[in-house]
Write a protein of this length. Structure first.
Length: 459
């Protein structure tokens, strides 16, 4: 009896083992051909390597190491708790930018919110705000730069770009109110690319708390403005906030308070972080490269001499700033304000022979094209002439993304940057106090010491 029992037991184990092996091999044989790479640690994946490379001042290292090891077209990783396919090169950019709503859709980690910026940010709408931008830039340089021989550019430009956004979007002029908004915003940026673990003291937790404070303040302002609109007291405001609260959408319904709050919130994030960072990077190059500064100065002085005393800039003046815009583009090629952007696969699809499963997240990055000698010869050289004419290979210069989801704030940033350059170079000569100051990424590029600049007034 014992013999038959043992035989039955052994045969049962044998057949069960065969069945399990069959299931395993069937699963393997039917599994998709995923991109090469590794997921890293449980939950956090390779997020620490990704953030660590950025904070070390070499954010492209994370990408370059993996493209060299796995594939120059697409590789697999895990970031922010998500399976991620990182697309590389111009072909990867083109595929993602042109595949919007066909293969992929916009996706942001729980630590980030990206929102559409509406018609307010189209060039024709922004032209009316050029004099306000010019006036506020003059006031900023006069009050926060002129009294000093040396200034830290990064904190000053962040304060300036944020104050300008508050003025244009919500008609907030009181510096104390602006500061009330800016303080919690300082907690948000470090949480953008942090691991989304909401434990007290973590960057993500601080970002969440900062977001709550800002949203409550925005709701208070929105409710007050709604009251003013109902009482007919906002006739002279007509800023973005009033337009959002009064203009109907395609369905004929008025935006709800939270929708308005989300849109203003997205604009303020962009103004506080990326635009201020971009201006800082440009000032860094202008101060480091005298021959670049001199050409920008010559262009801007021709515009300044054409203006009457006290006359503010207009749209025609902006259109003449071609060299200054080339300088801006080259600055953002070498030191882009953002590393890339996320998408989500809405269906299984194939790229470069690999399958990206539905639900996976994708990431396109500036670092596989911006410094690639195939697209930009002598890539480490600062050369604004690269942007003359239409000589760039498509999908290689992507600081604003591309396709239907290209950053809608591009034109707003362009105006703000060019107006700042005009006022800066016609007022000061610039000299870096720390010539080899390191750039760190958190997640945007930040000078380690705030970019200390020595000012030499021109008049």
């Amino acid at each position: 009896m014992d013999f038959y029992y043992q035989l039955f037991l052994y045969l049962s184990i044998f057949y069960i083992s065969l069945y399990l092996l069959f299931l395993v091999f069937r699963k393997k044989s039917s599994s998709p051909n995923l991109p090469p790479g590794k997921k890293g640690w449980p939950i956090i994946g390779e997020s620490l390597d990704f953030v660590g490379a950025a904070k070390s001042g070499c954010p492209e290292k994370f990408i370059n190491d993996r493209t060299a090891k796995y594939s120059p077209e697409v590789f697999r990783t895990s970031l922010l708790g998500e399976d991620m396919a990182v697309f590389c090169g111009a072909s990867g950019n083109k595929f993602l930018f042109s595949g919007q709503d066909k293969y992929i859709t916009t996706w942001w980690p729980s630590s980030m919110k990206k929102l559409l910026l509406l018609e307010f940010l189209k060039p024709e709408a922004l032209q009316h705000y050029i004099p306000i931008m010019d006036s506020m830039t003059r006031e900023h340089l006069e009050s926060d730069w002129s009294p000093y021989k040396e200034v830290k550019v990064f904190p000053l430009t962040k304060n300036y770009t944020f104050a300008l956004a508050c003025r244009l979007f919500m008609n907030i002029k009181d510096p104390q109110v602006v500061s009330k908004f800016a303080d919690p915003f300082a907690r948000i940026a470090p949480g953008f690319t942090s691991v989304p673990i909401n434990i007290s003291g973590t960057p993500f937790s601080k970002a969440v708390e900062g977001g709550k404070v800002i949203r409550q303040e925005l709701l208070n302002i929105i409710r007050q403005r709604t009251k003013e609109i109902s009482e007919g007291k906002d006739a002279k405001l007509r800023d973005l906030l009033s337009r959002l609260l009064t203009e109907a959408d395609d369905d004929g319904s008025v935006y709800y308070e939270m929708d308005v709050s989300n849109k203003i919130f997205g604009l303020l994030i962009a103004s506080y972080d990326t635009t201020g960072t971009s201006i800082t990077v440009i000032v860094n190059y202008l101060a480091s490269l005298p021959h670049i500064y001199e050409k920008a100065y010559k262009e801007q002085m021709e515009i300044a001499k054409s203006k009457a005393a006290g006359e503010l800039l207009n749209w025609d003046d902006i259109r003449k700033m071609k060299y200054s815009w080339n300088v801006t583009c080259e600055s953002m090629r070498l030191t882009p304000p953002a590393q890339g952007a996320f998408r989500e696969a809405i269906t299984d699809f194939t790229f470069a022979g690999y399958t990206i499963p539905k639900g996976w997240k994708t990431f396109w990055t500036v670092y596989t094209t911006h410094k690639n000698p195939k697209y930009f010869p002598d890539p480490e050289k600062f050369d604004p002439s690269r942007f003359e004419g239409n000589g760039l290979t498509p999908f290689t210069y992507v600081p604003f993304g591309g396709g239907p989801r290209m950053c809608p704030g591009k034109e707003y940033a362009r105006l703000e940057i060019l107006i700042f350059i005009h006022n800066l170079v016609t007022k000061f000569k610039l000299e870096k106090v720390i010539p080899d100051e390191k750039i760190i990424y958190n997640p945007s590029p930040v000078p380690a010491n705030g970019l200390l600049i020595r000012l030499r007034p021109l008049n």
